[in-house]
Design a binder for this molecule. Structure first.
Ligand code: GLV
Ligand code: MN
Ligand code: MN
Length: 407
């Protein structure tokens, strides 16, 4: 007998979760450890408890919900995150978590006993939109970021991760180690949609480096200060942004670089900006080019500062190395897509994922489903519910094989 997930039930869960933190933009804003994040966590935990799963919370607020197996061994873990960026869509992260929930529901419906336990994991602060670094929960889990360092990370208002974990009631002290990990996710890019493939067999994730930078010049009168006497910090940051784009183009090999935030001060119409705070994001899949690109970005920040007679500072706030997933796990995903008759292609991930760090703990792979028009991190983010269902069926197939299953 071939088990199938219930696509309608998955759609209902995605829509219901999408209501939590619904934003006026039409999208969803569920920043990590906010009230909306707490509400989403509480909703999920209530769904987990309905299935009689054992729910654990670790030091950094990662949630693990485990369905018993015949043996008390390391579980097969599926998961993702439920925090979002500002004005996000409803699929990023939520699909992996609710796909895991739906997989467990389908196992229950068919009264399946697996040999290994099966766990749904929800990782804290994957997005890094409020607290840096991104993928914080999975990084701490993998031992690559100290928990005290993570606790000390603060948002724009100076509120820390530790304060917020305590406030929302999700600082636990449990732990759990998996035998392997699978993450279902929307692609968030244009490849599957444009090539009309139903499933992306993800082979790895590109490296991600983030920096917070500041240019300091001199605030002065916009009418009286001659151009040659200005030390315009915003002009410097704008120049940096343009040169950053050229740097990524010059490096090629699908390098990408983004200045996502730029904040001038005093931010007044008739004042030459004396200060500009900015963030930088650089990504590349090949380790050698990732390393080279990071040095070149840092050198560029200095070079542009000197050109504009500015004082500069730069702090790296994330540095996730590129990873390649376990070949046996990737092969398993590919073979299951073929068995289900779903057209598929191998591909790297352009977005960051918890799987990037969990792959350092246990054999890991990811399953992508198409993002319509490649839109993501915006309210227009969309994946068809048939593709969501296909992705969850992929999880169900892989999990039955990995956990060992008796119908
Ligand atoms: C997270 O979604 C990232 O790729 O920045
Ligand atoms: Mn995500
Ligand atoms: Mn995201």
């Amino acid at each position: 007998m071939t088990l199938k997930v219930d696509g309608d039930r998955l759609e209902k869960a995605l829509r219901e979760m999408g209501e939590v933190g619904a934003a006026p933009s039409g999208g969803v804003s569920r920043l990590a450890l906010s009230d909306a994040d707490r509400e989403a966590r509480d909703l999920l935990v209530s769904w987990f408890r309905e299935l009689d799963l054992e729910v654990k919370v670790d030091l950094i607020g990662n949630i693990f919900a485990t369905r018993r197996g015949r043996e008390n061994s390391e579980p097969v873990m599926m998961g993702s995150h439920i925090d979002t960026v500002k004005d996000a869509g409803i699929f990023d992260g939520a699909l992996g978590v609710l796909g895991a929930l739906e997989t467990m529901r389908a196992l229950d419906d068919a009264d399946v006993e697996t040999v290994r336990p099966v766990t749904a994991a929800v990782f804290t602060n994957e997005e890094g939109a409020r607290f840096q670094p991104d993928m914080m929960g999975s990084m701490v889990y993998a031992g690559e970021l100290g928990v005290e360092e993570a606790y000390a990370s603060s948002d724009d208002d100076g509120v820390t991760v530790k304060q917020e974990l305590d406030r929302i009631g999700y600082r636990g002290d449990d732990s759990l180690m998996p035998s392997c990990y699978l993450e279902l996710h929307v692609e968030q890019g244009p490849v599957l949609h444009s090539t009309r493939h139903r499933i992306g067999v993800v082979e790895g994730v590109q490296g991600i480096a983030w920096w917070h930078g500041c240019y300091l010049g001199q605030a002065n009168h916009a009418g009286t200060t001659p151009l040659e006497l200005r030390r315009d910090a915003l002009l410097g940051a704008s120049d940096l942004n343009v040169r950053l784009r050229s740097l990524a183009e010059e490096m090629g090999e699908a390098s990408v670089a983004t200045m996502g935030r730029l904040s001038p001060s005093p931010d007044v119409i008739n004042v030459v900006p004396g200060r500009a705070d900015f963030t930088l994001d650089f990504r590349q899949y090949a380790l050698r080019l990732f390393t080279e690109g990071k040095s070149r970005v840092e050198a560029l920040v200095q070079e542009v500062a000197e050109r504009h007679k500015l004082v500069w500072s730069l702090r790296q706030s994330a540095d996730a190395q590129p990873v390649r997933f376990d070949t046996a796990m990737v092969d398993l995903v590919e073979s299951k897509a073929r068995e289900l008759g779903l057209s598929n292609m191998r591909m790297p991930s352009g977005a960051g994922h918890d799987a990037q760090f969990i792959s350092h703990v246990c054999p890991t792979a990811m399953i992508f489903v198409p993002s319509i028009d490649g839109r993501s991190h915006c309210p227009e983010e969309l994946t068809s519910f048939i593709d969501c269902e296909n992705g969850a069926n992929m999880l169900l197939e892989c999990v039955q094989q990995l956990a060992g299953c008796r119908l």
